[in-house]
Design a protein around this ligand. Structure first.
Ligand code: RB5
Length: 149
């Protein structure tokens, strides 16, 4: 199995159940799930979970990452500190599609305290189904990359 079929999933303690639901959902679609998130209700630190998932994507080990915390915001902020990561928080399917089409996002963040299970699964599906459009958007994504150099 190549990295093209691998998705890393991670979350802090707030989102274990939704992460497991997402894992089963995308595994049923044929993705290989690399689940590295918190496993107990004990309070953990979202930056560590965001960084760990981001490094799997940045290294090429996984094609995409889906990360979760209470709001999706903190873990997204941590992931975006890793060079090469473009992660957006989404609470709607339009944004989930657009961050792939226009921003070539390689990670998606979801807030378990923001969206319900059904919408979360639709957001994941929208993200994974969309393709980067390139063209003028590639110029802009390259400008983001230049900020990291
Ligand atoms: C944990 O209580 C919470 O702060 C965390 O899951 C996340 O929402 C931070 O952005």
């Amino acid at each position: 199995m190549t990295a093209d079929h691998r998705i890393v999933l991670s979350s802090d303690h707030t989102a274990i159940a939704l992460r497991q639901t997402i894992a089963a959902h995308i595994a049923a679609q044929g993705w290989t799930v690399v689940d590295i998130g918190a496993t107990t209700a004990e309070s953990t630190h979202y930056p560590a979970h965001g960084e760990a998932a981001a490094r799997r994507v940045a290294s090429g080990d996984c094609r995409f990452g889906v990360i979760l915390c209470g709001t999706g915001q903190g873990i997204m902020m941590a992931a975006n500190k890793v060079r090469g990561i473009r992660c957006g928080v989404c609470a709607d399917t339009f944004s989930a599609r657009m961050i792939r089409q226009h921003n070539d996002a390689n990670m998606l963040s979801i807030g378990v305290r923001v969206v319900g299970e059904g919408l979360a699964l639709d957001i994941v599906d929208a993200f994974l189904a969309a393709q980067f459009e390139g063209g003028r958007h590639a110029t802009r994504v390259e400008m983001i990359a230049a900020l990291e150099r």
